[in-house]
Design a protein around this ligand. Sequence first.
Ligand code: ASP
Length: 582
Amino acid sequence: MYRTHNNGALRAEHINSTVTLAGWVQKSRDKGFMIWVDLRDRYGITQLIFDEERTPKEVMELAKTLGREFVIQVTGTVIERESKNPKMPTGDVELLVEKLEVLNQAKTPPFTIEDTTDGGEDLRMKYRYLDIRRNPVKEKLIFRHKVSIAVRNYLSEKDFIEVETPYLIKSTPEGARDFVVPSRMNEGQFYALPQSPQTFKQLLMVGGMDKYFQIVKCFRDEDLRADRQPEFTQIDCEMAFVEQEDILNIFEGLTKHLLKEVVGFEIENFPRMTYDEAMSKYGNDKPDIRFGMEFGELNAVAQHKEFKVFNDAELVVGIAVPNGGSYTRKEIDTLIDWVKRPQVGALGMVYVKCNDDGSFKSSVDKFYDQEDLAKWAEATGAKTGDLICVLSGEASKTRTQLSALRMELATQLGLRKSNEFAPLWVVDFPLLEWDEETNRYHAMHHPFTSPKPGQMELLDTDPGAVKANAYDLVLNGNEIGGGSIRIHDKETQSKMFDYLGFSKEEAQAQFGFLMDAFQYGAPPHGGLAFGLDRLVAILGGQETIRDFIAFPKNNAGRDVMIDAPAKIDEAQLKELNLKVTL
Ligand code: ASP
């Protein structure tokens, strides 16, 4: 037996018992006649003591050779510590060592295995197994496990069945590029790794599974943006005989359950907001509602004077910055420079200071009087002492710019607190989205999403106006889940493919199996998927998902530890009937 206890277990009640421990040497202090070693494993740290007077001589000698991260096994007697450490759960006791065995030596690690390490990101990724020994990374992996278990328990309790779907499937366009896998046995043919189990979960509904979920890896060969992983995990769900309302209720319940179970946070409000409302109030389909600063549209109260910039604009819109009235000229200039950065793209910013005496001072005093500015304050909800920031221009771009400013200001003002959670549903998404590149409409969610009842006809006359039975779950300004009620009859699905520009042959070749299945009694169904990596990071109060993934890829999509992707040898290529020409 390697150990009788782990390194987080021993307490005062164990004093005088003989125990065996195993673990890694965190550090050792050698005073010559006495040596203290901190022994670490996943559960904690126990202090070992080697004492010239009480420890056998050869054990004492061997103890002197121990280096950091050596793997050892010790047997000894639990004794009371002379100087107790109340900060450690095991701080009342230490182990007086009688037997020591070095199970494995260790090279000096390339960075310190401490909560705050001297290792940079690249080094830590290369030696991720050492990084995982550190508390901050280890705890995040344990946290992720807790979230997964809570998800499984909740859904299983509600009669959901976890079913595995295949990873080697057929390439179908679902928005992003597929990762493909050559088939050795089928010359010239390829599997694709799933971007999501979408069609399979719908087929499970046709198969009568009624309620399905799966914590599942998905793969998307996208250009990597910061904090995106080419492989990521979804909590994927589907239900039969449901309307949108049923789905929202179940997953509102799951979200509340997770917040309560995992972070001890009770949710009172779980608002629902239409897509149109989210866009006009926050300029964003995933609004962070932990704080106010809602948009005030100013067209009606700002386009009646000689100010050409506003008069020419499709939209004039502002937000009130709480207590921003005291910003200096320099601080305001910094904000203006910020919105003019190419990443944001505004041409300028008009501002109004709401003075403590109730008067206003603006950058456009030449055009607008106090009465005008009072109306702006009313529209943006600005109070005395606030600053109103106003942007103008083409409506959708201006909203996006003001939304970016709102988020930036909230971050600067500390309004985005990581231990506060404000979930909401955004519903009634448009069915279609115009794509500038291909000059046509695409499915905003995916082609299996059903339009709102009675709106199919609008497709021919006003496609941009068609709303879908599609919804997103938003948490603290992040989309953490999204789904829809699906089309479940062949005719509508076929029309939709037609509309989206698939030829009959293409639709049949790519999705014939699904439309065929719809002919054999497909129940009405719908579902959604959560992004587990992001959900876990947000619940854990962090911005980046990488530390919640045991072995993540870097920003170039590489695993620097195993050095993947990599070339394969000629023989392998030949077997796969592949030729690489570069
Ligand atoms: N398959 C969808 C996605 O990956 C989610 C859904 O519609 O259920 O976003």
